[in-house]
Design a protein around this ligand. Sequence first.
Ligand SMILES: C/C(=C\CNc1ncnc2c1ncn2[C@@H]1O[C@H](COP(=O)(O)O)[C@@H](O)[C@H]1O)CO
Length: 175
Amino acid sequence: MNITVFCSAYSLDDRYSAPAAEFARLLGTGGHTLVWGGSNAGLMGLLADQVKAAGGKLVGIQVELLKHKTYPGADELVLTRDLAERKAQLLARADAIVVLVGGLGTLDEITEVLELKKHGLHDKPVVLLDTEGFYTGMRVQLERMDAEGFLPRPLDQLIAFAETPAEVFTHLTTA
Ligand SMILES: C/C(=C\CNc1ncnc2c1ncn2[C@@H]1O[C@H](COP(=O)(O)O)[C@@H](O)[C@H]1O)CO
């Protein structure tokens, strides 16, 4: 399976990086391909290192603007002109999307994927790994949208929440 992952480009505390590394090992040992932003920075670089070490393949979708931060060992590297084209490629190359902890870049990516899914423009599984309750606030907001009529489809048809790396794969294999 080609699994597109959105996650932080910054180096983070062990309580965030250890679950990300475990997720990456499961992805690699499961024979999957990591599709990601193609960077060597922070959690993005750690993820790529761990997937590669576990025998998985790497497809980087890097943007021209950040090409100086490109991960050197990807099996395939795509260079896009801008962030919009990169987001389109990250989705197009995915069989499923997984979201790890991240900042504004990650938030931008997940919002776009959910908005396109909301409109029926794709129906790929989206799983969010909620490490250390990092996404509690976002989940509360999404559940309120769901409960109060802001979404055209039930929230559980748009996204699944996992608390452990193993649970991410349970969602992906039953989706
Ligand atoms: C940290 C620095 C540069 C960051 N370089 C990036 N390279 C590739 N992709 C990136 C980069 N920064 C953001 N992205 C994309 O957004 C997500 C991470 O952003 P966040 O704000 O950290 O959550 C990630 O999924 C990428 O696709 C300078 O040293």
